[in-house]
Design a protein around this ligand. Structure first.
Ligand SMILES: NC(=O)c1ccc[n+]([C@@H]2O[C@H](COP(=O)([O-])OP(=O)(O)OC[C@H]3O[C@@H](n4cnc5c(N)ncnc54)[C@H](O)[C@@H]3O)[C@@H](O)[C@H]2O)c1
Length: 256
């Protein structure tokens, strides 16, 4: 694709992370103005070094409506338009069976992964301008089926798809499309952390990576750029009749 997002202003949450930073890069390559936001982090500091004419970087928390209003206002003040939103920020929570799952961590996962998406849609959608308004929410293959040990994460990613479908119906009259992407395991900090929590005396990180790759028919873990490419497509005019979808980007993992 080339120039698919020229003159569009796209907000990306969780922009300092693996999939977020790949999405920021591809949106910039396609000509968009990008509003990248995240909690204070190393990733955000890296992005700040690149801020300029078409990229602003904001420190903000997706669980705070006040922060979302600030992100929306700074986007409009800098670029004057608001065409796209990528609700990408997310946390994995703990790896533990439901009957042992820490209540406080359950609340945190739902706050970031579900309330964060809800607030983004609620606060940004009414401020969107332009002729191809598009929201992309990051769900997961964990939004399509259960996964042992990841109860809060699985619940949150199913909820993201529910919010996506509802937003697609409610916002259609305003010309806003809303879709979800459902990645399989992708090589980022989050996946490293999940692999870490699965390690045992019998299985080191390499063995676990091998098992994960074997669960994916294409035989490998995905790359953040492959998720970003799907998001750019869903943000672009090329996807003008696609709304309310939950699109796997998973090497056929969920085709089984
Ligand atoms: N990596 C995978 O295997 C995988 C697979 C499917 C879905 N996902 C989803 O992709 C998205 C991005 O994950 P990633 O793999 O790039 O992980 P990551 O940890 O590299 O990135 C997540 C980013 O979200 C940010 N974040 C967390 N809480 C936040 C908050 N309250 N406010 C603002 N930002 C916040 C983090 O600081 C981080 O930069 C997540 O929603 C994740 O659930 C990841």
């Amino acid at each position: 694709m080339s120039g698919a997002l020229v003159d569009r202003t796209i907000i990306v949450s969780g922009a300092g992370g693996g999939i977020g930073s790949a999405t920021v890069d591809q949106c910039l390559t396609e000509g968009a103005n990008v509003v990248a936001f995240d909690l204070a982090s190393l990733g955000l500091a890296e992005l700040k070094k690149r801020a300029g004419q078409r990229l602003i970087v904001v420190e903000a928390d997706v669980t705070s409506s006040v922060d979302w209003e600030r992100v929306r206002d700074e986007s409009l003040a800098k670029f004057g338009t608001l065409d796209g939103l990528v609700n990408n920020a997310g946390i994995e929570g703990s790896m533990s069976p439901l009957v042992e799952y820490p209540e406080q961590i359950f609340d945190q996962v739902l706050a970031v992964n579900v309330k964060g998406v809800f607030l983004g849609v609620k606060i940004v959608a009414p401020a969107m301008t332009g002729t191809n308004k598009s929201i992309v929410n990051v769900s997961s293959v964990a939004g399509l089926a259960g996964a042992s040990g990841l109860g809060a994460y699985v619940a949150s990613k199913h909820a993201v798809i529910g919010l996506t479908k509802t937003a697609a119906i409610e916002l259609a009259g305003d010309g806003v499309r809303c879709n979800a992407v459902c990645p399989a395991p992708i090589r980022t900090r989050m996946m490293d952390s999940l692999i870490d929590s699965m390690k045992s005396d019998e299985r080191d990180a390499a063995a676990i990576e091998g098992l994960i790759a074997d669960s994916i028919p294409l035989g490998r873990i995905g790359d953040a750029s492959e998720v970003a490419a799907l998001m750019v497509f869903l943000l672009s005019d090329a996807a003008s009749f696609i709304s309310g979808a939950a699109v796997p980007v998973d090497g056929a993992m969920k085709a089984r």
